[in-house]
Design a protein around this ligand. Sequence first.
Ligand code: SAM
Length: 299
Amino acid sequence: MSDQQITLKPNDKTQTESCCAGSESAQTASRDNPADIRAEVQNHYGEVAALQLTGNASSDCCGSDLYAGEDLSQLPDAAVNSSRGCGNPHAIASLQPGETVLDLGSGGGLDVLLAARQVGPSGYVYGVDMNDRMLELARRNAAKAGAANVEFRKGDLEDLPLPDGTVDMIISNCVVNLTPDKSKALAEAYRVLSPGGRLAISDIVVDGDLSGLPVSEEQIRAGLSWAGCIAGALTISELNRLLQEAGFEEIEVTIEQRYTPDDFNGEIPTTLAGLRPEVVQDLLQRFTSSGIQARKPRG
Ligand SMILES: C[S@@+](CC[C@H](N)C(=O)[O-])C[C@H]1O[C@@H](n2cnc3c(N)ncnc32)[C@H](O)[C@@H]1O
């Protein structure tokens, strides 16, 4: 435990570029107030989508560099450039022709379009997102890509607009951390999966916990942005517990990347500026981009 004590400024938000880039719009969201969280997330991703829809977005951002093994060349620029994931769920999903897939928080549609290619014409891919502008962007991208086996539905992860037991595979890229009630979101994922169906998602999770630092977990989370995919990240043990409580088995969490100050574009979050560099490094590297897999029992 460090003997250094600092005071965090709760309104001074920041977030990592590797997940949800460039948010000057990130606002204070009280962790205790789901409506505040939703509003912050809606505002931020609405702006991300609007920039793409109006052609005003820069292309030097985003999560598309995470798709090393995928062929992005045939996809619309706006789908690639609007990517705000923190991993590549396709690397762990092993989608098969004919499968029905659901992408939770489908954003501009990149993962849906990649999945559509893999499941082929006999398969089908649903994208669910709560943001109208993201849905408009995703539908425009799907039309440009000529994808006939995809559909984007408006909905919340905590109340999915799909019937029980209808999906073979759920993918998602950096969205579960954004939901206020993760227990509900995972229960909904379980509900819509068919028996034996699988979950393969990328998300930010905390390795270990946020103790042993000169600031409390509450202060750390209050000082970071929820829309930036950091403040709402579960610990790996919380995630395991919630997946088990939802009914999942064969749960596997694989750490793929640990965050460093460089992932904040060289700018240490100002809320952490009073901490020694090695303490900041220790804190940030507990936040990881991880691959999360689980299965609904066959019945
Ligand atoms: C970090 S972005 C990721 C988008 C996409 N998965 C990607 O990799 O580019 C988060 C997306 O999830 C959506 N989202 C956030 N919380 C949601 C919720 N509770 N229900 C539905 N969509 C949500 C946002 O509108 C946004 O489009």
